[in-house]
Design a protein around this ligand. Sequence first.
Ligand code: NAD
Length: 290
Amino acid sequence: MNIGFIGLGNMGGPMAANLAAAGHSVKGFDLAAPMPEGVTKAATAAEAATGADVVITMLPNGAILRSVADEIIPAMQAGAVFADCSTVDVESARAVAEQAMKAGLLAIDAPVSGGITGAAAGTLTFMAGGSEEAFDIVKPLLDIMGQKAVHCGPSGNGQAAKICNNMILGVTMIATCEAFALADKLGLDRQAMFDVVSTSSGYSWTMNAYTPAPGIGAKSPADNGYKPGFASELMLKDLRLSQQAAEAADADTPMGHAAMELYAQFVEAEGGKGMDFSAMLPRFEKRGRG
Ligand code: NAD
């Protein structure tokens, strides 16, 4: 396929390289990042989109996605698919899809989980929203960049699935970390705490597969000085998107809101920026109730 790829940063770069390595013809554009191996450089976003069967975007936020969409939609050929893999607000995802469809294009939002290592290894998980037809066209590309692609319904539902998942993840990580810190103060050994919880009703992905305590349980960023992994500021971004969506939909999400406030405090006032999101544990360790 002829693919246009816009946004070749930490995630988009390796994703585009994997598509090129699989034999697709990839034309790329980024304001700053270098061209990945096998990707032809375009001078503008519109040039990358011209003549493409599928245009993939992997951009920082909804505002940038909307401005790139304004630029590329008029340049895309009728019937081509606009596939946005960025994590953005549900409203922007739906607005851009509608704009694309009005212009005679197909559209899909397909945010990812799996991070930079998943992007490099081609093992991302995609959560997709859009028509069956659009999903079927991009599915072979998603299968190159990832190991799983779930079609979640109409436009915006990929973003909805992503922020709901990450809201659970943020809340659960905080709960796991505060419980470890409480266990410390009660004189309960961390290994004993892990052995009980990981096989009891408090078990979770954060406890069992991403244990936030160094030297305990699963190998994780905690064993590497809390280097990310999944950085706290990215978790904060997703929690903010979940609360923006909850407000727009009039959904009551007190735990998601509390998690957003805690990660905001951690990132903006407590040195958490650049640390893995599991570094909530050393944060709680240092604190009392006051
Ligand atoms: P990044 O900042 O490394 O990459 C974004 C790229 O977009 C940059 O290279 C930037 O120069 C480029 N860009 C910005 N404006 C542009 C424009 N107008 N035209 C062309 N290029 C432009 O970010 P990333 O880590 O690659 O993340 C990309 C998206 O993936 C984000 O929405 C993020 O939330 C999501 N995501 C990231 C991770 C992760 O672990 N990094 C995991 C899952 C999802």
